[in-house]
Design a protein around this ligand. Structure first.
Ligand code: F6R
Length: 259
């Protein structure tokens, strides 16, 4: 894992946006498959990409995208559906085609069959070139909660009480927070050719340390990324505060060879 520690949330967002921009500009005709996470972690990065689209002609017109996950039972039009979230905060603000943005259908009559269909759709599209990830305080990626098989595929999952309570802030009073989700599995996510995980704030420090310096274990689902060859972790000082090797990671960045 390449671990990049930066002083501010803005610097983190800009670095993550650089990863996207480089990948898009290096892809033939910008034909790239992006894996998109929702949640608060990538929001500033999406904002920066929207700015680069508007001001620096960064185009997504030949890109396609696959979302990581979706709540079961929420229509795509619900404000907290992940499809709607990505549309409102990112994809409707750039030039990606509407029908190039894919997500699991949370309203499918048969969620298990929908999970299989979605997994197959990612493969049929040629797989994800660049996946952006956030991380849950319990070490989840996508909605692969602790205990998820490291080789799991897209499937129906039940959220932990911790995640339900973490997510409660997005729902208005009196609304029921969904407890079931469709999520790409750890095996599915691991097939992305390149992965960028981003996190900021002290609340994520423990999860970041467990992910990168702890054992590879279903107890910390994000630790599966230690087995991937191209993962970049872009975090701020606060999220890095529990890393034992933080000084070494900073040293590596400082002394990065130019070749
Ligand atoms: C979102 C997702 C989740 C979030 C994680 C962190 O699509 O799959 O794994 O990335 O729950 O959420 P935030 O960024 O809101 O702290």
């Amino acid at each position: 894992m390449e671990i990049i520690i930066l002083p501010t949330e803005e610097a983190v967002a800009s670095r993550v946006a650089d990863e996207f921009e480089n990948a898009i500009r290096n892809a033939a005709d910008g034909r790239i498959t992006l894996g998109l996470a929702t949640g608060s972690s990538p929001l500033k990065s999406y904002g920066e990409l929207v700015r680069r689209h508007r001001e620096e002609s960064l185009s997504f017109k030949n890109a396609q995208a696959f979302l990581l996950d979706e709540y079961v039972g929420l229509p795509r039009t619900h404000e907290q559906s992940y499809y709607r979230f990505i549309r409102d905060n990112f994809t409707s603000l750039i030039d990606i085609a509407d029908d190039a943005v894919n997500s699991p259908n949370g309203e499918a009559d048969d969620p298990r069959a929908e999970a299989i269909r979605y997994d197959e759709a990612i493969a049929a599209a040629g797989g994800v070139d660049l996946q952006i990830l956030g991380i849950g305080t319990d070490g989840h990626i996508g909605f692969n909660e602790p205990g998820s098989a490291l080789t799991s595929r897209t499937r129906l999952k039940t959220l932990t009480e911790q995640t339900i309570s973490d997510n409660m802030r997005f729902f208005t009073d009196g609304e029921t927070v969904p407890i079931h989700v469709l999520t790409q599995g750890l095996g599915t996510i691991s097939q992305a050719r390149r992965i960028v995980l981003t996190a900021t704030g002290e609340g994520k420090a423990e999860a970041i340390a467990a992910m990168s310096e702890g054992a590879v274990s279903a107890f910390c689902p994000a630790s599966v990324l230690q087995l991937h060859q191209k993962v970049t972790v872009v975090i701020d000082d606060a999220a890095a505060s529990k890393l034992k090797l933080a000084d070494y990671y900073r040293f590596v960045q400082e002394k990065k060879p130019l070749v």
